[in-house]
Design a protein around this ligand. Structure first.
Ligand code: C2E
Ligand code: CA
Ligand code: CA
Length: 579
């Protein structure tokens, strides 16, 4: 039965409008009719004195109970809730042409027994209130539907609330969820043991669906529920949060029990009809039982997602870092596009110096993201993420373009020609686009090619680097090997790739400087670079002592805080002008 049908039925059984409306949602709120009637009886007094229509009061109560916004601890949901109450009243008033008081709607003063007798006799409640009930329910259903859509799109916290376009099954899911939450709250409250949240989902469930069909996908989910039914005892609660995401909450003494539970479950569900299912499990062990439930769910979800992207394991316990990294990732992904369109990416330039001449000999272009609300965001916080999703291409093109314009600006203003090096993410080395783009930029700005230098970081796959670097070299670009000594097979790359300059990594220099042996190695690298006709630049130089040592072994080019930090391009331009 729909909400409207239920409400109408109750009205016909002589219940007043607030009872009928609230009663129509009884199942959804997991309340029995008796309780519902007891609560709504309280509204009667107000209505009898010509107060606002009982449909309003009852609707607000439904909203409150579904959205849960009468929570003084949670400002955010309180504000959200308040905005929804206001929305309801506004829409209701609009649709009722301003007639929102009982007296106006019925045309009788129901506090007056004579009037009330007429209302009864003429069946005015059934005649006039049915329509009001219908209007209220329509508005309510709309608000609730949008609410569920809203939160599933905008918040990580509540993404696990089921979304469904059909209001009846939406409430069915919500009922299950409420029941699950109640059980979990009870467990948290009454259990003297530790409590663990296990959340899991199927890796590449989409592909399972695509390969074997959605019907098969549904069967898989039913199968998992059956297995959960089978192995969970009365104190182990489970729910299918949405699609292929499940959660189990259980008590334990030793964390091993949680892992044992997962292993048992996994042995039962990792195969369905000969199809291998890979499941990722995240575990959150509750430290503070008073924490909000959704925060606990959230943490289990973060652990699950981390397990999903791990190649080492499919079971992970929650760690504090997950939280930050997940929020950060979401922020970056949602804001990166506008960073370009709204010109939030800036080019900072860090001068490179010659120790002997004590002069600027070039600069490295380093990206900065100045977000209007979050302030300055540094590359370490967003480069790894945009490298993963490919957006680094756009960001790099943006900075390369700025570097070219800067070189042109120097040229136009007759200032010394200053080479600018830009970072070339390894992502570019997978395709041919970057060569074309770089050449175009140089062409458009009419600048000498040798003034735009390219920094490439050594990586595990040196074959790939070598191939692309060779092509860039053939095009006439100057290549700098970034972070030399920080990782992989630096020396191999030197053999295969025609780099022009080696940039010694900051850590590498630090490590080498602490021992005589290390200093000897540094000396040999300087000598090697010399013999191979390679330029050498020391990065991350911070102290006088480092400068002295580098000078003594014949490494003249340096970049680091000792000389200058990365600075806005205009500032660098002024310095160049003076030099
Ligand atoms: P990188 O290419 O090795 O750049 C040098 C980093 O060391 C810069 O960090 C710079 O600010 C920092 N640095 C310079 N001198 C010193 C020093 O004396 N002490 C210390 N502690 N640090 C120093 P930044 O700007 O945060 O950039 C970090 C990394 O992000 C860069 O490392 C580079 O790999 C990447 N990156 C920055 N801008 C871009 C870009 O436009 N495109 C790409 N693909 N990567 C970029
Ligand atoms: Ca660099
Ligand atoms: Ca570097």
């Amino acid at each position: 039965m729909t909400h409207k049908e239920k409400a109408k039925q109750l009205l016909q059984q002589q219940y007043h409008c607030s009872q009928a409306l609230f009663g129509a949602f009884a199942d959804d709120l997991s309340l029995d009719l008796k309780t519902i009637f007891k609560i709504s009886t309280c509204f009667g007094g107000g209505m009898r004195h010509g107060g606002t229509c009982g449909c309003i009061t009852a609707s607000l109560l439904v909203l409150g109970m579904v959205l849960g916004f009468y929570d003084a601890q949670d400002k955010e949901s309180e504000i959200y809730g308040n905005s929804k109450t206001e929305e309801f009243i506004r829409l209701f008033t609009e649709k009722m042409d301003g007639y929102i008081n009982c007296r106006d709607i019925l045309g009788k003063d129901i506090s007056n027994p004579k009037d009330m007798a007429i209302v009864r006799k003429e069946g005015l409640i059934l005649k006039k209130c049915s329509k009001v009930l219908e209007i209220s329910i329509e508005i309510l259903e709309d608000i609730l539907k949008n609410y569920l859509k809203d939160i599933s799109e905008s918040s990580i916290n509540l993404e696990d609330i089921p979304v469904n376009n059909d209001i009846q099954s939406m409430f069915k899911d919500l009922r299950k969820l409420n029941c699950f939450k109640r059980s979990v709250n009870n467990l948290l409250f009454y259990s003297s043991k530790e409590i663990g949240f296990i959340q899991f989902d199927i890796r590449k469930f989409k592909i399972v669906n695509d390969l074997y069909g959605e019907k098969f996908g549904d069967e898989v989910l039913d199968f998992i529920i059956k297995q959960l039914q089978h192995i969970c005892n009365e104190k182990q609660f489970y729910i299918n949060l949405r699609s292929d995401v499940f959660m189990v909450v259980m008590e334990y003494d030793d964390e091993k029990e949680l892992v044992d539970f997962i292993n048992l479950l996994d042995s039962r569900i990792n195969f369905f009809k000969n199809v291998k299912l890979q499941i990722s499990y995240g575990i959150y062990t509750v430290e503070d039982k008073n924490m909000e439930l959704r925060q606990m769910e959230d943490r289990a979800a973060m652990a699950r997602k981390a397990a999903k992207s791990s190649i080492l394991t499919n079971i992970l316990f929650y760690k504090e870092q997950f939280k930050e990294s997940l929020y950060n990732r979401k922020f970056i992904e949602e804001n990166m596009q506008s960073a370009i369109t709204e010109k939030q990416f800036l080019m900072y330039l860090q001068p490179k110096y010659s120790i002997l001449k004590n002069k600027i000999i070039g600069a490295e272009a380093l990206i900065r993201w100045k977000h209007p609300e979050r302030g300055m965001i540094y590359p370490d916080q967003f480069i790894p993420i945009i490298e993963e999703n490919g957006f680094i291409r756009k960001a790099d093109y943006y900075i390369w373009d700025k570097a070219c314009r800067f070189i042109k600006r120097c040229k136009d203003e007759g200032i010394m020609s200053c080479p600018i090096s830009v970072n070339v993410s390894r992502i570019h080395l997978q395709d041919n686009e970057c060569i074309q783009i770089l050449s175009n930029m140089i062409e458009i700005n009419q600048i000498p090619k040798h003034l735009l230098e390219l920094e490439i970081t050594e990586t595990a796959d040196d074959k790939q680097i070598s191939k692309k670097a060779l092509q860039l070299k053939e095009e006439g670009f100057t290549l700098l090997m970034d972070d030399f000594g920080s990782g992989y097979s630096s020396l191999n790359i030197l053999l295969e790739t025609p780099f022009d300059v080696i940039k010694l990594d900051k850590k590498f220099i630090e490590n080498m400087m602490v021992s005589t042996k290390g200093k000897l190695i540094l000396e040999q690298i300087v000598s090697m670079a010399d013999k191979l006709n390679l330029g050498l630049l020391a990065e991350g130089v911070e102290t006088r002592e480092q400068v002295e040592l580098l000078k003594s072994i014949g490494c003249d080019q340096v970049q680091g805080y000792y000389y200058a930090k990365p600075i806005p391009e205009d500032e660098f331009f002024e310095i160049l002008k003076k030099q």
